[in-house]
Design a protein around this ligand. Structure first.
Ligand code: FES
Length: 122
């Protein structure tokens, strides 16, 4: 177990480690993110977490970026390398966006984000 002092962290990347995302190589994605962070010298700026299912299995593998609140689907090791590079210079990766957070909460950014069961309905 590790306890990090996260002061100064500018970006938190959450890599879904649920079963659907694992089948779509989220483990490789997490490793690609860590390698790119090290390569770019961004260890103090980007923190990563491997999570349980994020609830968007149909878009696996899913990566979520905070504080910007962007959800990415159908990611790959190559795409997350670009995501890390852009995150380190304060820019947003503009592809594969499923959702963004705004003043009205989470908003679907693509048709893919509109698919699925509506939350709160039975
Ligand atoms: S397993 Fe990743 S969104 Fe469900």
């Amino acid at each position: 177990m590790t306890t990090w002092n996260l002061q100064g962290t500018a970006c938190h990347l959450l890599v879904c480690g649920g079963s659907s995302c694992k089948k779509h190589k989220s483990g490789e994605i997490a490793q690609a993110i860590k390698k790119e962070i090290e390569k770019q010298g961004g260890e103090a700026l980007i923190h990563t977490t491997f999570t349980s299912c994020a609830g968007r299995c149909g878009d696996a593998p899913v990566v979520i970026s905070y504080p910007e609140g962007v959800w990415y689907g159908d990611m790959s090791p190559k795409r997350v390398k670009v995501l890390v590079r852009k995150s380190l210079v304060g820019k947003r990766f503009k592809k594969n966006i499923l959702y963004t957070f705004g003043k009205d909460g989470m908003k679907a950014s693509a048709k893919e984000g509109m698919k699925g069961k509506k939350k709160g309905k039975k």
